[in-house]
Write a protein that binds this ligand. Structure first.
Ligand SMILES: Nc1ncnc2c1ncn2[C@@H]1O[C@H](COP(=O)(O)OP(=O)(O)OP(=O)(O)O)[C@@H](O)[C@H]1O
Length: 614
């Protein structure tokens, strides 16, 4: 600590002070003399203005160096109001004697940087090149022949880079001899890079040898559609393995789900009829709390897909309930205070956690809540040692061409129509920020295109079967354009989507990455265009920068390209207003009828009750 320097008495210090003072006085006198000479020369040659306190002294090199002035009021030559300038050398002497509080010569303390833990800063680097694949499925000795056959039947002959690295790693960890626990795994790889098979294949292969009556793998997803999609992949790859998969997502009633996964036997009590459960976080908690016999005691794998999204939107505090349940079943807690040989030998190891996302944030504080055991990270984006704001955070597929277009709000629908109808962009996903505006745009485009293209909407306001129907028709090319809210932005795998349009710009970088990631999947080409009104341009650039993305190219438009569309657009607007108005009237009518029906039913019930009482 050098804040205070205390000058102590050291015997001859007084003498020193006296000599120092006299030297100092001499110097001051000399400076005054010099100053006098200089000013008298100046008076003679130029003007008669006295020097002001802050005046700069350009004629004296010594004086130029520093501008510290001291009034010498006690001086006999008071009327001259001389200012004395202390040179740098003198100043250094003074500073060496006393530390002046508040002076600007404090040393700047080096900035403390947050340093990432080793496992985050030293991730296994994964290639995102899906064009030159080297890993032949057939040649992989570590992969079970049954899985190889299923992969071939699905048209998968080469593994993607992330699969080539992650699958053997998980298998190796699972084969560690007791009492060693497997490392947990985090995977951050671009959208469409094949993350699903990274957990599906090793889980199936590890569970295959021992068939039993226990839930041994639990896969948690943020939304119903994703859970349905992942359970379908599991079912496909479980063919000929004897393993059974259940989907718990709220798509069917709780009771039905309970009957599907558990059986009460006379000899063994409650047993599980499935090995793998794919569920949404919310539904998991319902089963943990309400389903008799539901146990995670034998859990070997816990997969959290879209891990960052699941944490953003904690459903029913599921993580707390799940960890509590796992711990009560005798597994080690997710926060291990002291890890030693004795502890490992005497504690049941927690399930191996596998976390996946295209936007997994390398923020240790966020990852801390998962309670990972000696985790290993597989990442496509390079991560620097520190939490540097400029480090590249999220990576998009190489096959994806990202662009933006700037226009006025009025021009937006015209440009969209130009893309869809005049340039014949097909298999388009168009994102909007609200369900209501998605509906309006769908009605407008259908009215305007007069059958040239088919547009459907997809938002949370539709029920599950309608949503599935829309996706099916899109896959079969019966629908050319889906106008969607961000309900579809994550994880949904639509193999043939050619264009992603953000009609409303995304609100943050994660939404952007997941939206554009619906195209350019599995090595196919894709295009993403973001529509921006002039005042959104800066915000969009900041969003891109926050994800470490470079600037993307702009599509230029001239107004004469759009002029021919204005008449038909105005007609379509009129039709749209009429159809939306009639939709509203129909809805009101229906709700009135429903209320009337309910009242009549109640009245009839009362009448029949009265009759029976009489
Ligand atoms: N090795 C492979 N060869 C060919 N196609 C593959 C291979 N692996 C996966 N795919 C296909 O690639 C597509 C994308 O895979 P997947 O859905 O697993 O991507 P993802 O990384 O999970 O994407 P997202 O982050 O958007 O969820 C799927 O249609 C899948 O069938």
């Amino acid at each position: 600590m050098d804040l205070f320097i205390i000058n102590r008495y050291t015997g001859d210090a007084e003498d020193n002070i006296a000599t120092q003072e006299s030297v100092h006085l001499l110097k001051l006198k000399q400076a005054i003399e010099d100053r006098k000479k200089a000013s008298s020369q100046k008076l003679g040659s130029e003007s008669c203005e006295p020097a002001t306190k802050n005046e700069k002294h350009e004629d004296n090199s010594e004086l130029q160096i520093d501008n510290i002035y001291v009034d010498v009021e006690q001086n006999p030559l008071k009327e001259l109001k001389e200012k004395v300038v202390i040179t740098n050398v003198e100043k250094t002497n003074i500073i060496n004697e006393f530390k002046v509080l508040g002076s600007s010569d404090f040393e700047k303390k080096p900035k403390v940087e947050r340093v990432l833990p080793y496992w985050l800063s030293h991730a296994y680097s994964v290639s995102k090149n899906l064009q030159k694949l080297k890993c032949n499925v057939e040649d992989q000795a570590w992969l079970h022949s049954t899985l190889k056959k299923t992969l071939a039947s699905e048209g998968v002959f080469k593994l993607f880079p992330v699969q080539e690295q992650v699958i053997p790693f998980i298998l190796k960890e699972q084969s560690l001899p007791a009492p060693l626990w497997p490392h947990d795994v985090c995977v951050s790889a671009p959208t469409g890079s094949g993350k699903t098979l990274c957990f599906v294949l090793p889980i199936i292969q590890s569970l295959m040898p021992e068939l039993g009556h226990h839930i041994r793998a639990l896969v948690v997803l943020p939304v119903q559609e994703l859970a349905t999609q992942v359970s379908a992949v599991f079912r496909k790859y479980c063919t000929n393995t004897g393993l059974k998969v259940a989907l718990l997502s709220g798509a069917s009633q709780l009771q039905k789900e309970q009957q599907q996964i558990l059986k009460n036997t006379e000899t063994h009590g409650w047993i599980s009829t499935v090995d793998i459960i794919v569920c949404t976080a919310g539904r998991l908690v319902e089963h943990l709390q309400n389903t008799e016999g539901f146990t995670l005691k034998y859990l070997k794998f816990l997969v959290i897909d879209e891990a960052d999204r699941i944490m953003d939107n904690i459903q029913n505090d599921w993580l707390y309930h799940m960890y509590k349940h796992i711990q009560l079943e005798g597994h080690a807690s997710n926060k291990i205070a002291q890890l030693n040989w004795d502890f490992i030998c005497n504690t049941r190891n927690p399930p191996q956690k596998l976390l996946f996302s295209a936007t997994l944030s390398p923020d240790p504080e966020l990852l801390e809540q998962w309670g990972l055991f000696q985790p290993k990270l597989f990442s496509v984006a390079p991560i620097s040692d520190t939490l540097d704001k400029n480090s590249k955070k999220y990576s998009t597929p190489d096959e994806l061409k990202e662009q933006f277009v700037t226009c006025s709000t009025e021009e937006k629908p015209l440009i969209l129509y130009h893309f869809l109808v005049e340039q014949k962009w097909d298999k388009v996903l168009c994102f909007m920020n609200s369900g209501q505006s998605a509906h309006r745009l769908t009605v407008l485009l259908n009215n305007w295109a007069e059958g040239k293209i088919k547009v459907a909407e997809l938002s949370a306001s539709l029920d599950r079967s309608s949503r599935e129907n829309v996706l099916k028709k899109f896959r079969l090319s019966e629908i050319n354009v889906i106008v969607s809210t961000d309900a579809l932005a994550r994880g949904i795998d639509i193999p043939d989507c050619n264009f992603v349009l953000s009609y409303d710009p995304p609100k943050n970088i994660k939404t952007y990455v997941h939206r554009v990631g619906r195209t350019g999947r599995a090595g196919r080409l894709g295009n993403a265009v973001t529509f921006l009104v002039q005042n959104q341009l800066q915000m969009f650039k900041e969003i891109l920068q926050s994800g470490g993305k470079e600037n993307i190219s702009q599509i230029e438009f001239t107004s004469n390209m759009l002029e021919p569309l204005i008449d038909s657009y105005q007609r379509a607007i009129q039709f749209t207003k009429v159809s939306i108005q009639s939709e509203i009237e129909n809805k009101v009518k229906k709700s009135i009828e429903l209320k009337r029906g309910a009242k009549q039913k109640a009245r009839k019930r009362k009448l029949s009750e009265n009759k029976s009482n009489n």
